[in-house]
Design a protein around this ligand. Structure first.
Ligand SMILES: [Zn+2]
Length: 376
């Protein structure tokens, strides 16, 4: 397999704003060198993140005419893989339905930070709702795979900048249900902590058992998703939206804090998509392929590094944090090339709406030309 470039399509701007039809859209992606898409669909609606995925009311009518199945079909005809994107533990609507709020190590209930609030992964009703939605999407779309976003313990890692201290970041989830499940799984008794908050006690006294348990929780959820998906469409693969916290950036935090244990995950994940957002995390371009290579080495699975094409997290609470204000086409090209030169399987770029704007509105095909050059 050659070097593949995937595109995140989290808005329907191509259809609503640029008025492309299904076949035109698929042909354009093919021309642009895209081998797979990670797509939002009506079957798995996404709440707004730093990307606005919800549609304003005036576009509702055109939206109603839209059919994800026809887009999927048009992509298949061009030989482009379709991965149905599902945000697992970031879904405020399902979170509210189940009252599924996470609790940090100091015993505080999670609150909304910027656009983010993470749900606790151990709520069975919540997980079941998400899996049923995925099953519905598989019935309708017959996707090549399911792309799982936010499949981890909560935390707003985009603000873990190099000058911050790991000790300052909160850890989740120490809700009563998580504590009870941890006790059942490990035998660490829930009355051990005395005057301390359970989270503080666990971090000091039973951290490795805690981390191991969290990694198993996340692996087992993905295993369940994969089994259920494969009952409907055998061969459905799983791609995991993976945290880019390697040994040079907060050590083992992906595993320890967020429960993404690459070794355990390699048992159930087919493709690791790594969020190597260098501008958001204030890391140099060279850092990108290093993270991907580390995950590749540990998992021996297909690894795709996501490369930012434009700067983000510059406003509101993110203002004045010293993030680079823009990413030049040359920098984007160098980042993409570094992933290929490192021998990784591919890259993912986002968002399609931004590339369409560059090409169709600004008449600037430079970034798209760089993708094409790498995949030709
Ligand atoms: Zn919990």
């Amino acid at each position: 397999m050659g070097f593949t470039v995937g595109m995140k399509i989290y808005t329907l701007d191509w259809y609503l704003k640029y008025n492309l039809d299904y076949v035109e859209a698929a042909k354009k992606l093919k021309e642009q060198g895209i081998g797979l898409v990670l797509a939002q669909s009506k079957y798995l609606p996404m709440a707004d993140t730093a990307v606005k995925s919800e549609v304003p009311p005036e576009l509702q009518e055109r939206l109603d005419s839209y059919d994800d199945r026809l887009f999927r079909k048009a992509l298949a005809e061009e030989g482009i893989e379709y991965w149905a994107a599902c945000n697992m533990f970031f879904d405020p609507r399902v979170m509210e339905k189940h009252g599924n709020v996470s609790v940090d190590d100091l015993g505080r209930t999670a609150e909304v930070l910027d656009w983010y609030i993470g749900a606790c992964p151990t709520c069975d009703g919540y997980v079941e709702d998400k899996i049923q939605a995925i099953e519905g999407a598989i019935e309708e779309l017959r996707p090549d795979g399911v792309f799982l976003g936010f499949c981890r313990f909560p935390g707003f890692w985009e603000i873990w900048l190099p000058e911050t201290l790991r000790e300052g970041w909160r850890e989740y989830c120490f809700c009563p249900r998580c504590l009870a499940q941890f006790q059942d799984a490990t035998g660490v008794t829930t009355n051990s902590w005395g005057e301390q908050k359970p989270g503080q006690w666990i971090r000091q006294n039973a951290y490795e058992q805690w981390v191991d348990w969290k990694g198993s929780v996340i692996r087992d959820i993905i295993k369940r998703v994969k089994e259920r998906a494969n009952r409907i469409r055998p061969g459905t693969r799983i791609m995991l939206n993976s945290l880019p916290l390697d040994t040079t950036h907060f050590g083992q935090a992906a595993r320890e804090v967020f429960g993404q244990d690459w070794r355990k995950l390699a048992e159930v994940v087919d493709v690791f998509e790594v969020m190597t957002y260098h501008q958001i995390l204030k890391r140099p371009v060279e850092w990108i392929a290093g993270v991907g290579s580390e995950i590749k080495q540990v998992t021996n699975r297909t690894v795709l590094c996501t490369v930012q094409a434009k700067s983000m997290y510059l406003q509101g609470m993110h203002e004045g944090k010293g993030r680079q204000l823009s990413i030049s086409p040359d920098e984007f090209g160098a980042a993409l090339r570094s992933v290929k030169d490192a021998g990784l399987d591919g890259a993912v770029v986002f968002l399609w709406t931004d590339f369409l704007e560059q090409v169709l509105v600004n008449n600037d095909p430079r970034r798209i030309d760089m993708i094409r050059a790498l995949t030709a």
